[in-house]
Every structure is written in C-alpha cells, then in structure tokens.
Design a protein around this ligand. Structure first.
Ligand SMILES: Cc1ncc(COP(=O)(O)O)c(C=O)c1O
Length: 386
C-alpha cells in the first residue's frame, strides 16, 4: 500500500510532532507548561454557552447544518463586520461560513490553485498557507517578513515575474507568529499590488479582537478596492475563546466566496446547527467582555516581557495577537533553545523555524495559558541557565 505523493511529500504538522514528545514527557511524570500552541485557555462568555445549550436541546437542530451556513449566522457575520469595521457585506453573496478558518485556508487553494501554480506565503507564517498550497499541487513561494520592515512583506522586492505568475497572496495582521500589526495605508498598497498583478489577496484576520494598549486592528476590507481583489478569513476561535467549536468565515469578493463555497459543498456538510446558533449569539451579543479578557492577556504579555528583559532575551511588545516573539540567546538556534527549555525546564514554546526559514533565530511564546501557570513558567525561566 502506498500513500499519495501529495501526502508523502508533506512535512508532518509541527504541533502534532511536538504533542507526541510532550505526551512522552508527561507519561514520565514531568510537569510541562504549554506555552506553544495558540489556543485560548479561557471559556467563551456565558451567553454564548447558554445559546448553544438552548439550541442543542431543540430536537429540530440535529440534522445537517446546511452547506452555506444558516441565513441567521451569515447575517450575524455581516452585522459583526458592520459594527466592528463599518464594512457592509451582502450575507448571501459575500459571506462563507467555515468549520474553523483552517479548513477554509486549505480549501481556498483547491478553489484557485492549479498544479504547478504559485502562491505567495509569508515567512514566518501560519503553516496552513503553504500546506494548503502543497495539497492543491501548487508551489508556495516564501515572502520574507523581516524585523527591519516591521514584519511586513516588502512588496517591491517581489520580482515582477514571480508576482505575475502568483495566484494568491497570503497576509495575516495582527500577525502570527510575530505579533506585528499593519496599517490601512499598507493594505492600500496591497490592493494596488493585487490589481497590478491580478493576484487574489487572502487576508487572515483571526487576531483582530485580541488587542492591547487601546490598539484597534483594522479589516483588509476597509480599504477601497479590497473587495475587488480579496477575501478576508476570520474566526471565532480567538475572538470568542471558541477554538474547539470550529467556526469561522471567509468574507469579501463574491466570486471567491462562491468558488470556496462550491469546493466545500463537495467536501463537508456544514457546521452543527447549535454551534451556528451560538456563533450568531457571540457575534451579535455584548462585546464589552472582550476588553476585560484582553486585559488578562495584556497582563500575561507584560509578565513575560518583564522576565525576558530580566534574563537578557530581546523581544518587542506586541499590540495584538496571542504571542510574544522573542529572539533566541546567542549560541542557539530556535529548535535547540526550545528543545532545551522543554527537556530541562518543562516549558514548551514554539521554535520560530516551525513557521518558515525566516523564523529561525526566534521563539514564539503563547499567552493562552492561565496567568498562574505563566508566572510559574517565568519562575522556571529565571532559574534556567542558558
Ligand atoms: C494565523 C492563523 N490563522 C488561522 C488559524 C486557524 O484558526 P481556526 O481554524 O481555529 O479558525 C490560526 C490558529 O492558530 C492562526 O494562528
């Protein structure tokens, strides 16, 4: 029996591999503090859980969830975009519902990329942009995100022939893993680039509501012309602490929304109806709690930065996202530093190299762990001699 080349050639998903090593260490009785994966530790607000509970008790809410999402959820997504970004969306033509944004990120490649075609992917970046491209038979071309450019891609540095042959350009601000943010002025330059080279822009915005110090993250769709060239992916995972619920969206260009939805009708059968009902409640309900939740993350961020500074590790202060992006100490590569921390201090962080070659030299520390455990991890870090 032989597996398909398309799978055989894929590197294993980094977090799946790391998870196996952590399980081995735990089986040996070690206490491991997980600051690697970006999964919120806090629960969704009560009113969202209540909406789920009410719906799941309804005997009529247990059939297939519908290919396109309920009209109520699509309208709720449009309402959220209107209230949050002053972006008006047609819920029937410009909104696709997703079983978490990750599947949409992979499926958009199946919808737009033919074998051999290229996709511009940020490096470092969320691995699924490149993996989805590979699954579609496409070729990911890395676009470096460098500290000296504020971790924004230098669009002018992309050779014209590369830009001309590219089908998609992936962007993600607030950024995973660097925590960098982008301005509307930058997004305007992206629209100009996309028009010039006929590239579909896929902006991934799951951290838009995980922000600190009063920062308000924009939507790519706020920029004039964005809808002609782009799609924005978004998710309830980080905004509403609903990572395990699997609900997200792709919004914007109607043709791209239709192509993605058409692909998905052949692959999945929609989201469980009570989850759609709860998602609609989350998107249209009281948003004031987000500020309180973000203050908790901000306190964790500050605690981590304080410790890093004390022990001489360089890191900039992120205005958004669930991560601190820190330089590894001299004499280490990112994998070596992360491995020593895991094996010797029982702290699991992500080596920057898991996000692409330009992530080398950095590690990513997640804020999605209880404040108490983060304090404990920082105590261990201070004891750790590197
Ligand atoms: C940048 C980015 N995009 C997308 C996702 C996927 O989110 P979900 O599939 O939970 O919506 C993640 C998850 O960590 C992420 O960091």
């Amino acid at each position: 029996m032989r597996i398909a080349e398309r799978i055989g050639n894929l590197p294993p998903y980094f977090f799946a591999k790391l998870g196996r090593r952590i399980a081995e260490l735990k089986a040996q009785g070690r206490d491991i503090i997980l600051l690697d994966i970006g999964s919120p530790d806090l629960p969704p607000p009560d009113f969202v859980v209540e909406a789920m509970y009410r719906s799941v008790r309804d005997p009529d809410r247990h059939g297939y969830g519908g290919y396109y999402g309920t009209p109520q959820l699509r309208r709720a997504i449009a309402t959220y975009y209107q209230n949050r970004f002053r972006v008006t969306l047609d819920p029937d033509k410009e909104v696709a519902t997703l079983i978490g944004s990750k599947e949409g990120i992979a499926n958009i490649a199946l919808s737009f990329v033919d074998p051999g075609q290229t996709v511009l992917v940020p490096d470092p970046g969320y691995p699924t942009y490149g993996m989805g491209t590979l699954l579609a038979g496409g070729v990911p071309v890395s676009v470096p995100l460098l500290a000296e450019n504020g971790f924004l891609p230098d669009l002018e540095a992309i050779p014209a022939e590369v830009a001309q042959s590219a089908k998609l350009l992936w962007l993600n601000y607030p950024n995973n893993p660097t925590g960098a943010v982008a301005s509307l002025e930058f997004f305007q330059r992206v629209v100009d680039f996309a028009k010039k080279y006929d590239v579909l822009v896929c902006h991934d915005n799951p951290y838009c509501d995980v922000t600190f110090d009063g920062y308000v993250a924009p939507s790519f769709l706020q920029v004039p012309g964005a809808r002609d060239v782009g799609l924005e992916f978004n998710s309830l995972s980080k905004t509403y602490n609903m990572a395990g619920w699997r609900v997200g969206m792709a919004v914007g260009n109607a043709m791209a929304v239709e192509a993605l939805a058409r692909t998905k009708t052949n692959i999945d059968s929609g989201i469980f109806l009570p989850i759609q009902d709860a998602a609609a409640a989350a998107l249209t309900g009281d948003q004031a709690w987000l500020e309180r939740r973000n203050r908790i993350y901000q306190e964790r961020r500050d605690r981590i930065l304080e410790t890093l500074q004390e022990i001489g590790i360089e890191a900039s202060k992120p205005l958004a996202s669930l991560y601190v992006w820190a330089k590894v100490p001299e004499g280490y590569d990112s994998g070596g530093f992360a491995t020593r921390l895991l094996e010797e201090a029982g702290i699991s962080i992500t080596p920057g190299s898991a996000f692409g070659p330009h992530g080398e030299g950095y590690v990513r520390i997640s804020l999605g762990m209880s404040t108490e455990r983060i304090r404990e991890a920082m105590g261990r870090l201070k004891q750790f001699v590197y």
